[in-house]
Design a binder for this molecule. Structure first.
Ligand code: TGC
Ligand code: FAD
Length: 392
């Protein structure tokens, strides 16, 4: 792969909206990605292996629990810092950002928000340092967009419960130490359970043959009469709103992360277009190529503004789920379109692993599907503005 020469676009001087601390945190994450992710990520994707060697580095830049309080090992940062870290990581690779998103928003967040003090003390510091890795099991083979139909269930058995069922498409599952699993009790109420590796009847087979998010490990969570102590149930919230509130946090991170992937594609295409000579001049001098670049920087700038404003609202506790949904949908869509246009600008070179664009393009096919598909997010906005539920 070519050396990482990334220079971040900031067409509207958005750095002026950030604090010195934000810039310091972002720049540290950016430097870490350049040094430790860019040189190895293409090979990891080609080999379809999550590069576990980067786990300590992710912890060191605060990517595991950026906004979790320091007393639990988190970085104690604000929401914009969290977003900026996700942006920089996804500039390197969406799969690496996935690992950090799941650990932070889908594993640490529910334990922090809905766990007992004992559960927090036991899991959060180890998750923050990367000593423990976590996964989040909501999706099932027959229930993806419609998680309320889930059939994974548990039954009361005294001081423990017996869990049966299966979760599919689970990021980090093949190597997770603990899984936050959403399952129904005997009254059909959804609860979060902390299922630990080593519990009898709990297996995590890896899903192979992916053309997308190849540097992230995806798999199943299978429960066959797993005895889960009652002390591993998250007591703070039950019902579908509990996992959906975790998705709010993760979708917020994705809204920022997707900008990173888009910026990398734009920056690569801009540089290439100035160097590549055809018909006696750089292709940057042709109107059709300028149209692509001009549209890319416009969409990136709009996405940056959306993410920044959402960060402010979220920090103030005012961001609605529907606002978060809109930013996830919009920013992933612009990123996938930019990746496609940027790929074309590199001609044949664009399909090779010499450049990051094709990898981003393939990764974004997962990002536009997980955490709610593009169409599900359109329906969330539709419901919000009309009051009419078009899901079912
Ligand atoms: P609905 O009746 O609308 O809601 C059920 C209850 O939940 C409340 N609620 C929320 N609470 C918090 N945050 C949200 N975003 C919420 N959205 C809804 C709602 O108020 C209600 O509460 P209550 O007290 O009245 O019971 O539920 P529904 O069954 O109609 O479904 C709505 C729908 C389709 C929007 C939802 O199910 C959905 O978002 N589906 C998409 C599924 C999804 O996003 N799955 C993601 C799995 S995890 C993943 O993909 C990780 S990727 C890994 C990585 O990031 O790398
Ligand atoms: P389906 O729900 O079957 O949807 C198929 C199509 O139908 C989509 O286009 C959808 O938009 C459309 N559709 C569905 N319902 C409607 C409707 N009412 N109206 C209009 N169109 C509709 N899940 C986890 O729980 N944890 C994870 O860590 C995790 N990681 C993932 C990693 C990867 C790489 C991938 C690909 C997925 C991951 N997921 C995870 C699962 C992801 O959240 C689901 O794939 C996603 O929610 C969609 O579910 P589905 O694949 O079953 O598609």
């Amino acid at each position: 792969m070519k050396p990482d020469l990334f220079e971040a676009p900031d067409y509207y001087n958005l750095d002026d909206l950030l604090t010195e601390e934000h810039i310091m945190i972002r720049d540290a994450a950016r430097a870490w990605v350049k040094r430790d992710v860019s040189p190895i990520i293409e090979q990891a994707a080609q080999d379809a292996k999550f590069p576990k060697s980067i786990i300590p580095g992710l912890a060191s830049i605060g990517a595991f629990g950026p906004y979790i309080p320091e007393e639990y090992g988190g970085a104690g940062l604000d929401q914009i810092s969290y977003g900026l870290i996700m942006q920089e990581i996804e500039r390197g690779d969406s799969g690496v950002r996935s690992t950090a998103s799941v650990q932070s928003s889908l594993v640490m967040y529910p334990i922090w928000k809905y766990g007992t003090e004992e559960q927090k003390q036991k899991f959060l510091p180890k998750l923050a340092s990367g000593e423990f890795m976590g996964s989040f099991g909501l999706t099932e083979p027959d229930h993806g967009s419609n998680p309320s139909g889930m059939v994974t269930r548990f039954k009361d058995a005294g001081d423990h419960v017996i869990l049966n069922g299966a979760k599919l498409w689970i990021s980090n599952s093949p190597f997770c130490d603990v899984a936050v699993v959403w399952a129904k009790d005997e009254n059909d109420r959804i609860h979060g359970l902390l299922v630990e590796r080593g519990m009898e009847g709990f297996t995590t087979p890896e899903t192979h043959n992916k053309w997308s998010l190849r540097a992230s490990a995806t798999g199943e969570l299978i429960f066959q009469d797993v005895k889960v102590p009652k002390s591993n149930i998250l007591p703070g919230r039950s019902g579908l709103g509990a996992p959906l509130s975790c998705l709010d946090s993760a979708r917020f991170g994705i809204a920022w992360g997707a900008i990173g992937a888009a910026m990398d594609c734009y920056d690569t295409a801009l540089r290439y277009s100035k160097e590549r000579i055809q018909f006696g001049k750089p292709i940057a001098g042709f109107q059709l190529q300028q149209k692509k670049l001009a549209e890319m920087i416009t969409e990136i700038t709009k996405a940056q503004l959306l993410a920044w404003r959402l960060g402010v609202l979220r920090e103030q506790g005012k961001a609605t789920s529907a606002q978060i949904s809109m930013a996830k949908r919009n920013n992933v869509e612009i990123a996938i379109n930019i990746a496609r246009e940027a790929r074309q600008m590199l001609g044949g070179m664009g399909i090779t692993g010499e450049y990051s664009i094709m990898r981003h393009s393939m990764n974004l096919e997962s990002v536009i599907t997980y955490e709610g598909t593009h169409d599900i997010h359109l329906l969330i906005t539709g419901l919000d503005i009309t009051g009419e539920n078009a899901f079912s």
